[in-house]
Design a binder for this molecule. Structure first.
Ligand SMILES: C[S@@+](CC[C@H](N)C(=O)[O-])C[C@H]1O[C@@H](n2cnc3c(N)ncnc32)[C@H](O)[C@@H]1O
Length: 272
């Protein structure tokens, strides 16, 4: 069901949004959201039938449909330009606060329409930003954002992908890897694939930050779109691939509903 992204996670940690009792309670409390929810559930059911167990193809279709309606809403839920700007600024301020310099080489996984990306591109030296996404539709919107902010001279890379094997990228290249609000829309096998390969492209001393929807109860998903994980699950997954994951407490204090983990090679992070 719809969620308020401004809400602090603490209030939501034990909820299981997949349970019927929760849905009924939520519907009674928010009757105005019932019709949009039913419409979304119907659309997603059709897309799931079409794409079966291929989550990337399914989610690409969700993004195509959402982007056609509103590219800014497609990357963040609420259709407000102010919110689009604010969440981009939040991501940017956080990484700069953790030492992101113009010389860093940044890989943004699931870059969307450059909500944060245009600020990173502006900050970084030419050619130091690499954005990837499964959705060609949102990447076309990313190019429009680039033009709107006159950032052509920064020659960023914007590339569609089918998976997160990252096999077309060089070893040890990226000093910072960033995925905001991507694993909150990903089944565990996709997160696993990313963690299996990200270590190869991560420079020594670099870090990979990602946000996720945290639960302290049962892990669950809603409409094949929103996935809730226990922190332990993700930390253990990273460890299986020889990486260390650290919970970012300072991110918890910011006005964003998701939590954040920082993954490194294990020798400690360079900054922050
Ligand atoms: C909620 S949007 C967030 C976009 C951007 N990170 C931001 O904060 O504005 C999630 C984005 O991740 C992309 N995405 C979802 N799953 C992905 C995957 N497995 N690999 C790459 N991109 C993915 C979606 O297409 C979408 O653009």
């Amino acid at each position: 069901m719809g969620r308020n992204p401004e809400q602090k996670p603490d209030a939501r940690l034990s909820r299981n949004r997949a349970r019927l009792a929760y849905k009924v309670r939520y519907a009674l409390g928010h009757p105005d959201r019932l019709v949009p929810y039913a419409r979304r559930a119907g659309r997603n059911a059709v897309l799931r039938l079409r794409h079966g167990r291929d989550h990337v193809a399914y989610y690409r279709a969700v993004m195509a449909s959402d982007t056609a309606r509103s590219p800014e809403a497609a990357v963040g839920g609420a259709p407000s330009h102010d919110r689009w700007l604010a969440i981009g600024q939040l991501q940017y301020d956080y990484l700069v606060g953790h030492g992101l310099t113009p010389q860093d080489r940044l890989l943004e996984i699931g870059c969307g329409n450059l909500r944060a990306g245009w600020r990173f591109i502006d900050h970084l030296e030419p050619g130091h930003y690499y954005g990837i996404d499964i959705s060609p539709d949102i990447l076309i919107e990313a190019k429009k954002t680039l033009v709107r902010y006159r950032l052509q001279h920064k020659v960023p890379y914007l590339t569609p992908v089918d998976d997160l094997k990252l096999d077309f990228l060089p070893d040890g290249w990226f000093t910072v890897v960033h995925a905001h609000s991507v694993f909150s829309h990903s089944p565990l096998r996709i997160i696993d694939e990313c963690l299996a390969h990200v270590g190869r492209v991560l420079a020594p001393g670099g870090f990979f930050d990602f946000t996720y929807d945290r639960t302290e109860g049962a892990e669950h998903q809603v409409l094949g779109e929103d996935f809730y994980y226990r922190t332990d699950t993700l930390v253990r997954l990273a460890r299986r691939h020889g990486l260390e994951a650290r919970f970012m407490d300072d991110w918890e204090r910011l006005p964003h509903g998701q939590s954040r983990l920082r993954v490194t090679h294990g020798a400690g992070d360079r900054v922050g």
